[in-house]
Ligand binder design. Structure first.
Ligand code: NAD
Length: 249
């Protein structure tokens, strides 16, 4: 039987990630971008006419997105009365304030949401490796995170650096902040290094992204995965079935 295509609403469609997703989806046989929204567009009507919404825009869009997602989840699908109009939401945007993060958590009580600071498989492996290294390398080893991105990136530190810091704090069972350096230069897509410095030795774990397609591929995989899941807040770890570093963001 032919599988039907997943109908996607893309928010932030005119941006760097938005354009990459449109391009990637045009080559994916099972995905159809049925609506594209950017600054100033009404999200609510588009949200009721898609299977899943993907957000790569700006943190300030989140109030409008959550309101629209709650309404669309409460409305029946035009194709069948027993399922909601919206099957789920994928949030890739970073830089949310604590209040905005709370709003996402509250919305996830009614809507299945995948919220991930980084959709690349390699970075999610880096998350797991960082957790393991922090456990193996004792408190004698100091820790630092270094992240580098292109000059146009709006938030610092990056969402990925914040996730790495959360993982390190959990693995070390500490509350104090992890020193993080943010470098903005050129057209760097994204680089993250975790440095463990001990007496007479140093361990560095680095991930380098050279193409935004890795995020597009992961976000579309998350979009297909989240449809039909129970309401809740999921991460890329759940999508990939990674059981390591549980409890971290
Ligand atoms: P960008 O600035 O190139 O694009 C953002 C787009 O969103 C722009 O077209 C802008 O007009 C639009 N926008 C801004 N406010 C909006 C609103 N209220 N409603 C609708 N659209 C709005 O940025 P980008 O490089 O494409 O990144 C977008 C976001 O995704 C950033 O927060 C970035 O950190 C994040 N990001 C996440 C991942 C990941 O894997 N999770 C990867 C790359 C980028």
């Amino acid at each position: 039987m032919k599988k039907s295509r997943v109908r996607v609403l893309l928010i932030g469609a005119a941006g760097r990630m938005g354009k990459t997703i449109v391009d990637f989806a045009s080559r994916a046989p099972n995905i159809e971008i049925v609506a594209q929204c950017d600054l100033g567009d009404a999200i609510e009507p588009a949200m009721k006419n898609c299977d899943v919404a993907i957000d790569f825009s700006h943190a300030d869009a989140i109030e409008q997105i959550c309101r629209a997602a709650l309404l669309a989840t409460a409305s029946p699908s035009s194709g069948g009365q027993d399922r909601p109009a919206l099957g789920g939401l994928v949030i890739g945007t970073t830089g949310h304030s604590p209040a905005q993060q709370e709003l996402i958590k509250k919305t996830a009580q009614s809507v299945p949401i995948v919220f991930a600071s980084n959709f690349s498989i390699g970075v999610n492996a880096l998350f797991a490796l960082t957790h393991n290294a922090a456990e193996i390398l004792s408190d004698e080893f100091g820790i630092e995170i270094i992240e580098t991105h292109h000059r146009m990136k709006k938030d610092a530190p990056s969402g990925t650096a914040k996730t790495l810091a959360e993982i390190l704090k959990k693995a070390r069972k500490i509350d104090k902040e992890i020193p993080t350096r943010s470098i903005r230069e050129g057209d760097v897509v994204g680089e993250h290094t975790v440095v463990f410095t001990g007496p007479g030795e140093r361990v560095e774990l680095t991930h380098r992204a050279s193409s935004r397609e890795i995020f597009a591929r992961g976000a579309l995989r998350a979009a297909q995965w989240v449809i039909g899941k129970r309401a809740g807040l999921y991460t890329m770890r759940d999508v990939l079935g990674l059981r390591i570093c549980s409890g971290a963001l």
